[in-house]
Design a protein around this ligand. Sequence first.
Ligand code: AP5
Ligand code: MG
Length: 221
Amino acid sequence: MRMVLLGPPGAGKGTHAKRLANDLGLVHISTGDILRDNVKKQTPLGKEANNYMDSGLLVPDDLMAKMLDQRLNEPCVNKGFILDGYPRNLSQAKTLDDALGKRNMEIELVIYLDTSEPVIIQRLSGRLVCSSCGANFHITNMPPKQKGICDNCGAKLYQRNDDKEETVRRRLEVYRRETAPIIKYYEAKGKFYSLSSDGQVETVLNNIKQFVKGHNDSFKV
Ligand code: AP5
Ligand code: MG
């Protein structure tokens, strides 16, 4: 199964992609996580991407295309994957189709996590991320067992730079202007499905799993 999780910032793409990938035996490809890892390691890509990310803007398409290509070259990707954070505009949607086409693959399913704006703001303003393993928590919705400490690996939790209120607003504007138009692109291909993501994590996750199973009977949920 090759699928895209699409949705505005705070929709829960990362939260659900990690769980789904684990439960369904797929690879999780998060372009945001790869970029943050590069920023942390101060690689040339990280240095170039940092300012765009901190201001809530998209990193240029050519850098993203190279990154995608490298990730798709990894052999583990052949078992199937969930894309989280890519594509982000029409040009990236076409780049993705080309990159997969060269490998005799295609996207089978695009699931849109439909989320209302007050929910987005509440989620992002309380999000906490692990500085080591990247796990997501939330101050009230999904609090860690010990304040400020990751349940999985014991490292410190931090607030993402781009989760400041002003930057969240910019990310939402960028989402509406550049990312939302790709919904039509996937609708036209008959691959687009919308599910509500306003509910509790377990409810949303189960809905996604049931839906994916309906598309692919080899998945047990
Ligand atoms: P990226 O990391 O992809 O950020 P994003 O799309 O803005 O999405 P988020 O990670 O903020 O939200 P999410 O949907 O993953 O929600 P989450 O699961 O964390 O990108 C960051 C930046 O990198 C971009 O701005 C850009 O600069 C750059 N970039 C990345 N990809 C790019 C690309 N392709 N092209 C160009 N630039 C690119 O959930 C949020 C919070 O809510 C968490 O705290 C979670 O615990 C909580 N939560 C989630 N679901 C629920 C629920 N159902 N109930 C209660 N709480 C919930
Ligand atoms: Mg994310």
